[in-house]
Design a protein around this ligand. Structure first.
Ligand SMILES: C[S@@+](CC[C@H](N)C(=O)[O-])C[C@H]1O[C@@H](n2cnc3c(N)ncnc32)[C@H](O)[C@@H]1O
Length: 201
């Protein structure tokens, strides 16, 4: 098994890669490495999630859980300069790359730190939580990320998650409905489902 992207300290031969990618109309330079998810290009699911949020102007607090090298959270930070982003991941190599990517792209409205699920996240007043969850870490981790989002959102805040139909979208939708009492599919593209739940007042 060569893909350790969901572990705390991936034991890999380092091979940094630098590449450019346009997200939400902004040109990014990313550095990635072996041992992080989707190191060669931005994951299609992450792009579909960002497309679903492209027209929203968000000025509050946003959390990206399982941020990897940062494409979702950093694109939202760039596109919503008045928002305050928090990016967390269990993979320390991903955290280092994410911090470099924030600096290299001149993004300052972000806080980046290590956390497994919400273990180190004490704030409970996010307006938006986004996640492309770690399917390979197992259903329990994925469902913890989805379910515990509720406790970290403001009233009226929302959770937006991307899942593939063939990798648990239906069970994720069921879990989100159980916890939030609602869950809508707000976008579908090539088997990727964007699920949204709102913490209702
Ligand atoms: C599908 S990848 C998405 C990465 C990134 N958001 C992107 O769009 O490329 C899922 C991420 O979740 C992270 N992860 C795995 N287990 C985790 C956990 N228990 N808590 C937080 N993040 C975790 C992985 O390290 C990986 O970076």
């Amino acid at each position: 098994m060569t893909n350790y992207y969901y572990t705390k300290n991936p034991d890999v031969q380092h091979e940094e890669k630098n590449w450019e990618f346009n997200l939400l109309g902004h040109e990014f330079r990313f550095v990635t490495d072996n041992g992080v998810f989707s190191k060669n290009t931005v994951d299609y699911g992450s792009r579909v999630l960002l497309d679903a949020l492209q027209d929203d102007q968000i000025s509050g607090k946003i959390l990206d859980v399982g941020c990897g090298y940062g494409p979702i959270g950093l694109a939202l930070a760039k596109n919503n300069p008045n928002a305050q982003l928090t990016l967390v991941d269990v993979n320390e190599l991903a955290m280092e790359l994410c911090a470099k990517n924030a600096a290299n792209n001149g993004i300052e409205n972000v806080t980046i730190y290590e956390s497994s699920c919400y273990d180190n996240v004490s704030e409970t007043d996010f307006d938006l939580i986004v996640t492309n969850p770690p399917i390979r870490a197992g259903k329990q981790v994925v469902h913890t990320i989805l379910a515990e989002a509720y406790d970290h959102l403001n009233q009226g805040g929302r959770l937006v998650a991307v899942l593939q139909k063939k990798q648990g979208a239906a069970s994720a939708q069921k879990k989100m409905t159980e916890v939030f009492g609602n869950c809508e599919v707000i976008k579908r593209d090539k088997g990727y489902f964007i699920l949204e739940s709102i913490k209702e007042d």
